[in-house]
Design a protein around this ligand. Structure first.
Ligand code: ZN
Length: 281
């Protein structure tokens, strides 16, 4: 059917039981076009954000995040690039997606370049926080699906699907979709032309939404809603946001020391973040 993965037809996020159910909540998470309302509460929050540089994504008053696995193991999200048409009537964003192809015609980008850009974007988050990504065996098994918009609008959007019921302070994310506008020009790397967005930066930003981060108040962060090329990679605020949600990444060297790492991680270790793990060729 769709990348929304019906509860009976495929797994949800790692460690998320089918009993959670799903509720599709789309988020207006464009890369660069959304301005938040500025009420007094928001103004106060902005003051707080000056110190943290990040803003947790909240939906209906609840922060959202991918849940830890029941067995205590590290969160590993499976991702896939759309290889066929996907329709999710419940999604507000990315409701109609397809395999990225048209977007390559308008840009000097091909699928191999796109895959590398996506892997690099995922690595940025994986390198700092205790959340990992791996290629899904198939589209239907993916927690995060990336594709191009079938109905082009804006630049890029993220849609998250949330658990219908939950315990604890954070509402679980059980699936996410990221869709890019194929009619916009794309590039890889910065060149000062702010009319053409860097795929790595844009995908990093959208993945940030997909793991539970919103736009912070200030500029200069990957999660800032205005695209700029002032920074390559995550800011301190971006990093703090991911670490606040998922904890710091356990260094590979530490993880390889066995008992101490196992104790630190509750008897679980994680694979090192490297290019091969993310399918870079
Ligand atoms: Zn955004």
């Amino acid at each position: 059917m769709t990348h929304a993965r019906g509860a009976a037809s495929g797994p949800l996020g790692p460690g998320l039981g089918l009993q959670l159910g799903r509720l599709a909540l789309g988020l207006m998470l464009g890369c660069c076009a959304i301005v938040h309302d500025s009420g007094s509460a928001e103004a106060t929050e902005r003051e707080n954000l000056k110190e943290t540089g990040f803003r947790p994504l909240r939906i209906a008053q609840s922060p959202v995040r991918w849940l830890p696995r029941p067995d205590g193991g590290p969160i590993v999200l499976r991702y896939a690039i759309a290889d066929r048409d996907l329709v999710d009537p419940e999604a507000i964003n990315c409701g109609s997606m397809r395999a990225p192809a048209a977007m390559f015609e308008a840009s000097r980008v091909d699928m191999a370049t796109f895959r590398r850009a996506l892997a690099e974007a995922l690595l940025r988050w994986q390198a700092i926080a205790d959340i990992a990504f791996e290629p899904a065996a198939s589209l239907d098994l993916a927690d995060i699906v990336v594709g191009e918009q079938a109905k082009p609008t804006g630049r890029a959007y993220t849609n998250v699907t949330l658990a219908k019921t939950w315990n604890g302070p954070a509402r679980p994310i059980v699936a996410a979709s990221i869709c890019l506008n194929p009619e916009q020009p794309w590039k890889v790397g910065f060149n000062g032309d702010l009319g053409v967005y860097d795929l790595v930066h844009t995908l990093t930003h959208e993945i940030g939404h997909a793991i539970g981060l919103d736009h912070p108040a200030g500029r200069g962060h990957v999660m800032s809603f205005r695209y700029d090329e002032s920074r390559t990679g995550l800011s301190a605020g971006d990093s703090l946001g991911a670490v606040t949600l998922y904890g710091p990444r356990v260094p590979a060297a530490h993880a390889s020391t066995g008992a101490s790492a196992a104790a630190a991680r509750g008897a679980h270790t994680r694979p090192p973040a490297d290019a091969a793990e993310l399918g870079i060729r």
